[in-house]
Design a protein around this ligand. Structure first.
Ligand code: PLP
Length: 386
């Protein structure tokens, strides 16, 4: 079905941060399959884990024990400070699990019609519940009736959430991205997540973080909320967890970890041996190579380089970043930049209409990071004069 616009290029092969099209032309990947291939393409550790597991056992279902899944859960809760994991196959499914936890938790508290606070300009997925949670009419339009039970507040506005707390008695949780990804790399003021944590504690609400895009070292930490010195009750992860092999997880701690019991949720594919082995390899590489710290460094280098080089660009209003989530705010619709960048051998994305979004792999060398900046600056120059 034509749910995506006509592609500009077909890629055939990848190696590290490089992609090769069907004509053999080389591109530097500054998108990583939308924050997925954080270790770059064809990473040898992931390739070896997949090949070995594919030749051993791919799938058995969750009716039987899966040692790799238990090991992955153990390691994920260790790096995140959470306690329990539910495995699924995508980000939207991880958020569906979070929303089911919120509702079931609400019912346990005696709330008949539990509601979740969500934010304007947020993105949480394309299933019916997650598109209803999403703060973007374009994602929802045409799919009404929306799933009920959401209360919306402007992103970054603690007073608005406090007002919801005063006026509504049926709220049981907050679901929020630490940085708006699809919404345009919008970074809230320091203290925002800590403020939400405080409100949730005061109200007895669950704080549920969607770290699907920000997580897995992308932000310069394992998870972006570490910058705020807080912990969520529920956290969804996906995207980079399998470096391209579909896998998602909903992590929970404290009372939220005990909400879903036997038979209350499930997934046929979720947490199968193949996906879990890929994710275990990803965690090992991220840990051994200290990719969170490296992402912080690389993000400074790239965003710093871009800020300096684009300071006088007539159409650039701002360069912002948290680790390797980098946004260049243009003063007008900037979709045309995607093709201009491809002409320079650079893969980028434009989101929220006018924001160039860079999500490069975290395994770039310093030289490759500088090359990324140079290619983008050339594409941006063409955008200034076209
Ligand atoms: C990508 C994304 C999702 C949806 O993930 P899918 O794997 O496409 O279902 C949800 N939330 C955020 C913040 C995302 O970036």
């Amino acid at each position: 079905m034509p749910t995506y616009a006509n592609p500009l290029v077909d890629f055939e092969r990848g190696e590290g941060p490089w992609l090769y099209d069907s004509a053999g032309r080389q591109y530097l990947d500054a998108l990583s399959g939308i924050a997925v291939c954080n270790l770059g393409h064809a990473h040898p550790a992931v390739t070896a884990a997949l090949a070995e597991q594919a030749a051993t056992l791919v799938h058995t279902s969750n009716l039987f024990g899966i040692p790799a899944q238990r090991e992955l859960a153990k390691q994920l809760v260790a790096v995140s400070g959470m306690e329990q994991a539910f495995f699924c196959n995508s980000g939207a499914e991880a958020n569906e699990c979070a929303l089911k936890i919120a509702r079931a938790w609400g019912h346990q508290q005696g709330v008949d019609q539990p509601a979740v606070v969500v934010m304007e300009r947020s993105f949480h997925g394309r299933t019916l519940a997650t598109l209803s949670a999403t703060g973007n009419r374009k994602v929802q339009a045409g799919f009404e009736p929306l799933v009920p039970g959401f209360r919306r507040a402007p992103f970054g506005d603690l007073q608005a959430v406090e007002a919801v707390a005063r006026n509504e008695s049926d709220v049981v949780a907050v679901l929020v991205e630490p940085v708006l990804g699809e919404g345009g790399v919008v970074i809230p003021q320091p203290g925002y997540l800590a403020g939400l944590r405080r409100i949730c504690d005061e109200q007895g609400w669950l704080l549920m973080l969607d770290e699907i895009q920000t997580g897995m070292c992308r932000s310069g930490r394992w998870f972006a909320h570490e910058y705020e010195g807080i912990r969520p009750d529920v956290m969804s992860v996906a995207k980079a967890l399998g470096n391209g092999v579909p896998i998602g997880a909903c992590l929970a701690r404290g009372p939220a970890a005990d909400v879903l019991g036997a038979g209350s949720h499930g997934s046929t594919f979720g947490g199968n041996p193949l996906a879990c082995r890929a994710a275990l390899a990803v965690l090992e590489v991220m840990q051994n190579q200290q990719l969170a710290a490296r992402a912080e460094q690389l993000g400074e280098r790239i965003a710093g380089g871009l800020s300096a080089a684009l300071a006088d660009h007539p159409r650039v209003s701002e360069v912002r970043h948290l680790g390797m989530l980098i946004g260049i705010q243009m003063d007008r619709p900037a979709a045309a930049l995607v093709e201009l960048a491809l002409a320079e051998g650079l893969v980028i994305n434009v989101t929220a209409g006018s924001v160039v979004r860079l999500l490069p792999p975290l395994i770039l060398s310093d030289d490759e990071a500088d090359e990324l900046v140079a290619r983008l600056v050339r594409a941006a120059a063409a955008f200034a004069t076209d």
